[in-house]
Design a protein around this ligand. Structure first.
Ligand code: NAP
Length: 302
């Protein structure tokens, strides 16, 4: 099968599309014929060798955590899923024709494979950070970096929970934030005053790692009401960094439920054919986004 792999850490040019042995589902796993793989910043961070503690890899390594596709092997002890089912979930080496998933759920009605591949990791992250920042219904949450994958999920989950959101994004994404129910403003020069004019903030999330931790503490008035997923310098400023994943099955169930109720939809900004996965990394590394980027492994007719 075809699979993206890297044998050394580095830029997008270390990625190689290789012929590899097919993986097989072990106990508690399923294998899918991958239709689409979600692109996450962690994919290129791992490729660069940035965060080896949280995502240990052995070289050569495959690429990708998220995928959607058709189950074609069911591992020992797995129940409630059959060969031929359409699922979305999280595993490893998902930029490939076949991948093994360790967490999955049936794809919600009405989603394409490309859309479904965009949900698993960002849903897990969004649910985790909303829980950890301890924001309650009726309160106001400030989200720095609100238009990307995680931000898109946070905004909609928060709205479903009765939380008011103020989101920052680039000028081009202001209408997008409003369409997700947030009060929108731009980041950059003067942003703290713009947020202040929008009203008091109870809690804040740093999703962009753009060096704004002190300002988020200033706006909330309490470092315990701020959480970052992208700024490793946050703890030095008394602010928690959240980096431990692990509740994906719940996240997929929550995503399915919200999608079924018409309360969640994360758009796919751009799709890339399997052969162009390195271009997806280049675009992701540029740091701007509206929703998700997805690598299409098998097109609809195949
Ligand atoms: N620790 C964890 O558990 C965890 C989990 C998932 C992701 N992450 C990290 O969280 C970050 C976001 O992930 P993602 O998947 O949402 O990425 P993404 O889809 O690429 O989104 C990046 C976002 O950053 C915004 N942005 C860029 N410059 C900004 C600035 N100066 N101020 C405010 N916002 C700015 C972009 O807004 P515009 O496009 O509007 O400019 C875009 O919304 C990444 O660094 C990723 O590695 C961490």
């Amino acid at each position: 099968m075809k699979k993206w792999s890297f044998a050394e850490y580095g830029g997008p040019d270390v990625l190689q599309l290789i012929d590899a042995e097919e993986p097989h589902a072990g106990p508690g796993q399923v294998r899918i014929a991958v239709r689409a793989a979600g692109v996450n910043p962690v994919d290129w961070r791992v490729r660069e060798g940035q965060i080896l503690g949280a995502h240990p890899v052995e070289l050569p390594a495959g690429v990708g955590l998220d995928a959607a596709g058709t189950v074609d092997e069911v591992g020992e002890g797995v129940q409630g899923i059959e060969v031929g089912d359409h699922v979305f979930g999280e595993g490893s080496s998902t930029y490939a024709e076949y991948a093994v998933l360790s967490a999955w759920a049936l794809m919600p009605e009405g989603l394409t494979f490309e859309e479904a591949a965009g949900y698993p990791s960002v849903m897990e992250t969004a649910l985790r950070v909303i829980r950890e920042v301890e924001v309650r219904p009726g309160e106001t949450l400030l989200v720095s970096g609100a238009s990307g994958g995680v931000g898109s999920a946070v905004l909609q989950i928060a709205r479903a929970q009765g939380i008011t959101v103020i989101g920052t994004a680039g000028a081009a994404n202001q209408d997008y934030l409003r369409s997700l129910g947030a009060v929108a403003t731009t980041y950059g020069e003067g942003w703290v005053d713009r947020v202040r004019r929008l009203g008091p903030v109870d809690a804040a999330l740093d999703l962009a790692g753009s060096g704004v931790i002190s300002e988020l503490v200033e706006l909330t008035g309490d470092p315990d009401k701020v959480l970052s997923i992208a700024d490793l310098g946050a703890p030095a400023l008394g602010v928690r960094f959240s980096g431990v994943a692990g509740s994906v099955p719940d996240a997929l169930a929550e995503a399915s439920d919200l999608i079924a109720r018409g309360m969640l939809r994360i758009p796919v900004e751009k799709v890339y054919p399997l052969t162009e996965a390195p271009a997806a990394h280049v675009d992701s590394q540029a740091g701007h986004s509206l929703g998700r980027r997805v690598v299409v492994v098998r097109a609809a007719a195949s």
